[in-house]
Ligand binder design. Structure first.
Ligand SMILES: NC(=O)C1=CN([C@@H]2O[C@H](COP(=O)(O)OP(=O)(O)OC[C@H]3O[C@@H](n4cnc5c(N)ncnc54)[C@H](OP(=O)(O)O)[C@@H]3O)[C@@H](O)[C@H]2O)C=CC1
Ligand SMILES: O=C(CO)COP(=O)(O)O
Length: 376
């Protein structure tokens, strides 16, 4: 993917070396004159400073919003960060925002963009999540992770020079976020069949292709070759476009994401430093795969098999056949250089057990996890 236009308001997608320069000329050509550049300490160093310098060669003025970390050390997409960015907006003057960072900074900017009506441009600094192009923002509000409607960027400039410098754990996390599509795609079909949740073949096919491209190139991704990073970033963008096209996160987010969100909220409550989103999703995907295979093939729920499995067992087993086993998912995570087990991540047994019993409550989705937990 180099340049694609006209996708749901996303008028420009650039994935190439030197894309930051293209971002500056795009902003100037579009006639923007008063930009806010949102970044944090790391992402300003990785790309923000360079973009700021490029913009000084144009007529686009820039106001820097350096998002402040919480006492834990992390920038969090919560009330404080949203307010910090909102305070920088000059009514009647600011005409564009630029998100320079990874998942968290994009969610802060996309939500403020939605509420103020100001467009935004995406400059990813790491191939760590598939949320760059989505129009939902998972935010922490009063300690609870909830997804709110938000805006997609009008353009994305993903600079391979920058993405290839991203720390290896962020790359492995991006791969983990993609592996999560094994279970999210399964849960999406399951919720459509058993609870008539809306479904879109095209969005599902697009996500599945992105997943297979990543799995087929896991070693290049693990070795952070240029080809590997290009394939991973393309897949993450495509997965985000599938969410954008469908309008909700079903293609990309099932029980593995609900479990990951559960862990994230608990870490915030404990004041612990956050674990990377995609690292959690990858490990949760392996665990959900084991749970689902046990339930559907090995009858691990004697006497309380969910009605959905009694009624649709054959179809469910056929779909589960496409979901690799826990061991296979772990092996892929290792090859990408990321944590593969909850022990490696540091999730304790109590939190793990509680998350499997309760995480389905975080979203109103009819996943198999929810069916298993609600079966009498
Ligand atoms: N909207 C959507 O559809 C989606 C949203 N998400 C959300 O995204 C969030 C997670 O995003 P994720 O990208 O994993 O993590 P974060 O955006 O939280 O960033 C993780 C860390 O990476 C650092 N960083 C980023 N780029 C670089 C770089 N090039 N060099 C050095 N450090 C860098 C950041 O620096 P610093 O320490 O300075 O912050 C931060 O410490 C979650 O809240 C998740 O829910 C995930 C998927 C989809
Ligand atoms: O993280 C996501 C996709 O990778 C989206 O999460 P939500 O389903 O919570 O919006």
């Amino acid at each position: 993917m180099n340049r694609i236009s006209g996708e749901h308001g996303l008028e420009r997608m650039v994935l190439e070396k030197g894309a930051v320069q293209s971002a500056a000329s795009y902003l100037e050509q579009k006639g923007f004159r008063h930009a806010i550049l949102a970044a944090d300490g790391n992402t300003y160093a990785a790309a923000g400073k360079q973009l700021e310098q490029e913009l000084t060669k144009t007529d686009v003025g820039v106001r820097l919003c350096l998002l402040a970390p919480e006492p834990s050390g992390d920038v969090v997409a919560d009330e404080q960060a949203l307010l910090q960015l909102l305070l920088e907006v000059q009514p009647g003057q600011t005409d564009i925002m630029i998100a320079v960072g990874s998942g968290t900074i994009h969610d802060i900017v996309r939500f403020v963009s939605y509420k103020t009506g100001l467009p935004f441009v995406s400059v990813p600094t790491a191939p760590s999540v598939d949320g760059f192009t989505s129009k939902g923002a998972p935010l922490i509000v009063r300690g609870v992770k909830t997804t709110f409607p938000a805006s997609a960027p009008i353009a994305i400039f993903a600079d391979l020079d920058i993405l290839m410098q991203a720390p290896q754990p962020l790359v492995a996390a991006g791969f983990g976020d993609m592996l999560g599509k094994y279970t999210s795609l399964f849960d999406w079909k399951f919720s459509h069949l058993t609870a008539a949740e809306p479904y879109d073949e095209e969005a599902a096919a697009m996500t599945e292709k992105a997943l297979r491209d990543c799995v087929g190139h896991v070693d290049e991704i693990g070795n952070r070759t240029e080809a590997g990073i290009r394939i991973l970033m393309t897949a993450l963008i495509e997965s985000g476009v599938a969410m954008l096209r469908f309008g909700q996160s079903h293609p990309a987010s099932g029980a593995e994401h609900h479990v990951s969100h559960f862990w994230e909220m608990e870490y915030l409550r404990r004041g612990k430093r956050a674990l990377l989103h995609g690292a959690k999703v990858g490990v949760a995907c392996a665990e959900i795969s084991r749970l689902y295979h046990d339930a559907a093939y090995r009858g691990m729920y004697p006497g309380r098999e969910p009605a959905q499995l009694r009624n649709y067992g054959d179809r469910v087993r056929e779909w589960l056949h496409e979901v690799p086993s826990k061991a296979e998912i772990r092996s892929l995570l290792r090859r990408a250089g990321g944590p593969a087990s909850r022990e490696e991540l540091g999730i304790d047994e109590e939190l793990f057990g509680r998350s499997l019993r309760e995480a389905h409550r975080l979203r109103d989705r009819h996943t198999l996890l929810r069916a298993l937990n609600e079966a009498q």
